[in-house]
Design a protein around this ligand. Structure first.
Ligand code: PBG
Length: 332
């Protein structure tokens, strides 16, 4: 589209910026609480929560507190939550068996939320890192992250989450072939209506640091994730990954991190036109919050501006740790 702009003074583009009413009339993009998927960290115990120092304002919560949080989120108009477990050290093993335990923390949280707030869409994370002794998303054999054996384990994990009542599965592991394997298993196991939001274009990013603190994987992680997560230099490759995941049965796709990769969001939306999400990751949250705590940025304003940027870039929704605060701000 080539913008048609008559010459001055026929065109005075400031005319439509004159008042809040006029600006609202011509606003091209809008944010609403329904745009957000709220990531939450769940831990063992009851009626308790602990702070995550690198994510000020975010806590790990026990399952009962997660259910209360779900009620608050729903009342604010936030309609989806994504669960990440803080797994006790004794449940982190080389074989990662806790990952597909029907009663693991994550699966208990799914059931509890669905019981307490049935209308809440519950999303999960599929990757072995919270259960893996070495912090990787896949099994490690002789120093290598192996693909196909990992996919078999991810399928078991997916089925356990679907059985627990998850509405949306979020494979975040970046193994090849996992979407097709999970989709086939869901069909065969009579779970045809469980959606997959694939972390299709997930980059090997330094912005995940605070998240790894939150799930207790920072000290565990040996090496880096560059043999499976994407290199930040690439954009065409992201389109290939998204095309591949859609063809294997993903219903929605994700770009991650968010703010440094808005070009990928726009390109994905224009190329495929499928429901497209961005993950405004822990490091993005930490940056904005730390600057605000220093008095250098206005927290509420940069929060809303950064979230609106995702809509402008073509995203249908955003995974964001700001979900509750942004919903409150939008609701006035
Ligand atoms: C793990 C996973 C990560 C995040 C979501 N799922 C971290 C990683 O890949 O190391 C990051 C989220 C964030 O930084 O907020 N599979």
């Amino acid at each position: 589209m080539t913008p048609l702009v008559p010459s001055f003074p026929a065109a005075r583009l400031r005319r439509l910026r004159k008042s809040p009413a006029l600006r609202a009339m011509v606003s091209e993009n809008h944010l609403s609480p329904a745009d957000f998927i709220w990531p939450v960290f769940v831990m063992a115990g009851s009626d308790d929560e602990t702070a995550i120092p690198s994510m000020p304002g975010v806590t790990r919560k026990t399952v009962d507190r997660i259910a209360e949080a779900a009620r608050e989120a729903a009342d604010l108009g936030v309609q989806a939550m994504c669960i990440f477990p803080y797994t006790a050290m004794e449940h982190r093993t080389e074989d990662c068996a806790e990952a597909w335990n029907p009663d693991n923390l994550s699966n208990r949280a799914i059931r509890t939320i669905k019981d307490a707030v049935p209308e809440m869409a519950v999303m999960t994370d599929i990757a072995l890192d919270p259960y893996n002794i070495n912090g990787h998303d896949g099994f490690v054999e002789n120093g290598e992250i192996v693909n196909d054996r990992t996919v078999d384990a991810l399928v078991k994990m997916a089925l356990a989450q679907a059985e627990a009542g998850a509405d949306i599965l979020g494979p975040s592991d970046m193994m090849d072939g996992r979407i097709g394997a999970i989709r086939t298993a869901l069909e065969e196991n009579h779970n045809p209506d469980v959606a997959i939001l694939s972390y299709s274009a997930k980059y090997a990013s330094a912005f995940y640091g605070p998240f790894r603190d939150a799930v207790g994987a920072s000290s565990a992680l040996k090496g880096d994730k560059k043999t499976y997560q994407m290199q930040p230099a690439n954009s065409d490759e992201a389109m290939r990954l998204i095309a591949r995941d859609i063809s294997e049965g993903a219903d929605m796709v994700m770009v991650k991190p968010g703010m440094p990769y808005l070009d990928i969001c726009r390109r994905a939306k224009d190329t495929f036109g499928v429901p497209t999400f961005a993950y405004q990751v822990s490091g993005e949250y930490a940056m904005l919050t730390a600057a605000a705590q220093n008095g250098w940025l206005d927290r509420e304003k940069v929060m809303l501006e950064s979230l609106l940027a995702f809509k402008r870039a073509g995203c249908d929704g955003i995974l964001t740790y700001f979900a509750i605060d942004a919903a409150k701000a939008l609701n006035g």
